[in-house]
Design a binder for this molecule. Structure first.
Ligand code: 9MR
Length: 375
């Protein structure tokens, strides 16, 4: 693994190349001296030139412990989302005593670096505080969830551009005819309860864009085919109820070797966009489980998969945000939650663990550059 010194050397070399290049152009008098200060192009710039906000998820702890990661994110990202720090279980461990210290640290980081902030997530059946798990099953369950929406979104009112109001309420394995998750507050209220969460969200933060976020729409398989249909039906039902929903979040936790059919995914994006919704790619990363350990080949396959997926995604003008779930391979949830069988770390993200670009970075850059302009 290259040391920090190597990473620095690589950076200096790039700067030197850039300066030499600028000097050469200056010598023939076509560039203003300001070009000397021009930084390396960043993903946020490529995205901005097409009307796509590029960013990533990061946690307060990771920011504090990894200054090099913080610097890389500040350079490349126009938007950040706290990976875990806004979740109910993180914020309100003690009932009635919310602690926003960690989520505020991420919000601060965003502000200091002129980035937008995404909110994740007001309602999720996972990562709840221990004290709430029992209570949400009772008659007060729905009120408790609605209060949580008002609390967290009210706290950040005016500071979050886009909120995942609801996360992961589709479950094709639930056995329910409607394909929705078996979860007490939902079962009691049907889709009307999800709509109520959006109404509460709108009151709590009228200017944030309100999103339904979920996984498992990207590939062709019996389960995902069903999940896409359920999602479309859900959007239709929410629209029928005039729920204030602005966008649909496709998590995009991809896996090399899964069956990606561009035309199927493209159709789904168009169908979602037809509801008048924006689409955000909210948690992009690539699981390389099925690939042999050799790094170069894994990086190439991951980049190729990224390219195929993003090319297809960006064809749809409603896709206006792309966030990766983590930014460097040093900090990916996959190593803890989806470890490779051989135990070696995943190559899932745009930077390696020394903050050098992986081929996935180039794939994202190319896809952003080639995306149709939606500004
Ligand atoms: O990456 C997150 C991991 O650190 C947490 O332990 C886990 C449980 O809170 O959540 C992970 O993030 C999930 C996200 O919030 C929702 N979509 C799936 C993500 C990966 O599991």
């Amino acid at each position: 693994m290259p040391t920090k010194r190597h990473a620095h050397a690589a950076f200096s070399l790039k700067r030197r190349d850039l300066l030499t290049g600028s000097a050469a152009v200056l010598a023939i008098g076509t560039l203003a001296p300001a070009a000397f200060a021009a930084p390396d192009p960043s993903l946020k710039d490529f995205g901005a030139a097409r009307g796509i906000a590029f960013g990533c998820a990061v946690g307060a702890k990771d920011l504090a412990a990894n200054p090099d990661l913080a610097a890389a994110i500040a350079r490349d990202c126009a938007i950040v989302v706290p990976e875990n720090d806004m979740k109910w279980g993180a914020v309100e461990q003690v009932r009635g005593k919310p602690d926003y210290q960690a989520s505020e640290a991420v919000a601060d980081f965003a502000k200091r670096n002129s980035m937008d902030l995404r909110g994740h997530t007001a309602v999720w059946y996972l990562n709840m505080p221990a004290w709430a798990k029992q209570d949400i099953t009772g008659p007060q369950g729905r009120d408790l969830i609605l209060k949580r929406v008002r609390d967290v979104m009210g706290h950040f009112r005016g500071r979050v551009v886009e909120w995942d109001v609801i996360n992961e309420m589709i479950d094709h394995t639930s056995g329910r005819a409607d394909g929705m998750r078996e979860w007490p507050p939902f079962a009691a209220g049907d889709v009307g309860f999800i709509a109520d969460c959006f109404f509460a969200a709108k009151e709590a933060d009228p200017h944030a864009r309100l999103v339904y976020n979920d996984f498992g729409f990207e590939y062709v398989s019996a389960g995902e085919d069903q999940r896409r249909l359920t999602a479309l039906r859900l959007m239709e039902q929410l629209k029928t109820r005039d729920a204030p929903i602005d966008g649909f979040g496709i998590q995009s936790h991809l896996k090399v070797g899964n069956n990606f059919k561009p035309q199927t995914f493209r159709r789904f994006l168009a169908d979602i966009a037809d509801f008048g919704l924006d689409i955000s790619i909210t948690e992009f990363d690539i699981d390389d489980q099925r690939l042999a350990p050799e790094i170069e080949a894994r990086d190439a396959a991951v980049a190729e998969h990224a390219r195929l997926f993003l090319e297809t995604a960006f064809e749809e003008p409603a896709v206006k945000k792309l966030l990766t779930w983590g930014y460097s391979n040093r900090n990916t949830w996959l190593n803890a939650h989806r470890p490779r069988k051989d135990g070696i770390p995943h190559r899932a993200l745009p930077l390696d663990d020394s903050m050098n670009r992986t081929p996935m970075w180039d794939a994202i850059a190319d896809c952003l550059k080639n995306a149709p302009d939606r500004r």
